[in-house]
Design a protein around this ligand. Structure first.
Ligand SMILES: C[S@@+](CC[C@H](N)C(=O)[O-])C[C@H]1O[C@@H](n2cnc3c(N)ncnc32)[C@H](O)[C@@H]1O
Length: 368
């Protein structure tokens, strides 16, 4: 595997604290509907992606990358989830992490996603009746919501379930950086719903790497055999002033996975914004660094072998291609903690809305 290249820390000039300016926002009606339609485009894209059969999944050109991503999410969950924890999974998609939460023996799960097709697939997977996955039932009750979690006031809907011990947002937080209002609502939701000392884990694109790659490329596009990223002409100078950190849109295509608009999240500004919502940075690591570090730990080496991301170390010699490894360099993992001391009091039974079997009628569609 390649050594982790240096990341250019000057990709973004640093911004004065608490001054995020003309990045959009919902003040103006036209910007508002534009944002709605961007969010809808993302939702339509994910809704349209059907559940793959095991054979289809195994023949994916990015199967090892998918397995590596699953390993990274599993490591994060194993590091921070504890038996009995209440979990809020923002942008839960088709419920690809349900098994990971089950292995961590969590006590309650709330999943939220904007894409109706995905949340229905999540329900099917939770009920344990997908073709590929005739498995024992999950051991925790669940509740599923379909809404835009960067626009809805989730605390108003989930007040009976709060506080949560752990919140997760995997490969999705960057969809909130289309405007300052959405980025703030995402963090406000997490902060309002987590208990003091509660943990927020996630994965998202690493803006430093994306901007570095853009600047190294001749034009406004770069990529390899499995992905491409394309910026619009408005970024011809490849400059990204810190005064306008929101709404920096690019198109992302990843074979057999993603094909929709995404937004750059300058991580040092994300960290500052999160602090305003009492969320303190515990850890951030580019995926390459993450892999190198956690592969040293025997329990996680064994897990990656079982998942087969790098082959199984025996007969299966197949491994991540160089192009897949390059894609993984585009991402980072982060962990934030909600300020305050955890309560020593026994938690009240706040899982009253969850069920052990969900029907479509149980999925809650929230208007905004
Ligand atoms: C790459 S998928 C990741 C799904 C899941 N977290 C996982 O790791 O398997 C991104 C997910 O974000 C969801 N998403 C995007 N924008 C959203 C929004 N505004 N509110 C809720 N979900 C959103 C999509 O519908 C999609 O399911």
């Amino acid at each position: 595997m390649s050594k982790r290249p240096r990341v250019d820390p000057s990709s973004f000039a640093s911004a004065p604290k608490r001054q995020y300016g003309a990045g959009g926002g919902y003040g103006e009606q036209q910007g508002y509907s534009e944002e709605r339609s961007s969010a809808q485009r993302v939702a339509d894209h994910y809704s349209a992606r059907s559940n793959q059969t095991l054979e289809e999944r195994e023949s994916s050109p990015i199967i090892h990358l998918k397995k590596l991503n699953n390993w990274i999410k599993s490591v994060l969950i194993q590091l921070y989830a504890r038996p009995g924890h209440c979990v809020l999974d923002l942008a839960c998609g088709k419920g690809g992490d349900l098994i990971k939460w089950d292995k961590a023996k969590v006590g309650y799960y709330v999943g939220v996603d904007i894409a109706e097709g995905s949340i229905k697939d999540c329900m099917t997977r939770y009920n344990g009746d997908t073709d590929q996955q005739r498995r024992k039932k999950f051991s925790f009750p669940a509740r599923l919501l379909c809404t835009d979690c960067y626009e809805a006031r989730l605390d108003e809907y989930l007040y009976e379930d709060a506080p949560f011990d752990i919140c997760s947002c995997q490969f999705a937080l960057h969809y909130s950086w289309s405007t300052e209002a959405r980025a703030r609502q995402a963090l406000a939701n997490v902060s309002a719903l987590l208990r003091p000392g509660g943990i927020f884990i996630g994965t998202m694109p690493d803006a430093n790497v994306i901007i570095k790659r853009l600047r190294e490329s001749e034009g406004l596009e770069f990529g390899n055999s499995v992905y491409w990223i394309s910026f619009g002409e408005e970024y011809a100078e490849k400059k990204f002033p810190a005064s306008r950190p929101f709404g920096i849109k690019y198109k992302f295509h990843l074979e057999d996975a993603v094909d929709c608009p995404e937004w750059v999240v300058p991580f040092h500004l994300f960290k500052l914004l999160a602090e305003e919502y009492d969320l303190e940075l515990v850890l951030t690591k580019n995926f390459h660094e993450f892999v190198h570090e956690y592969l040293q730990k025997p329990e996680f080496t064994e897990l990656i072998r079982r998942l087969g991301a790098l082959g199984d170390g025996r007969q299966d010699q197949s491994t991540l291609s160089q192009d897949e490894w390059e894609v993984s360099y585009l991402y980072l993992a982060f962990v934030l903690r909600k300020r305050g001391q955890p309560s020593t009091q026994q938690r009240a039974n706040n899982t009253n809305k969850g069920k052990m079997f969900l029907t479509e009628g149980d999925i809650e569609f929230l208007g905004i």
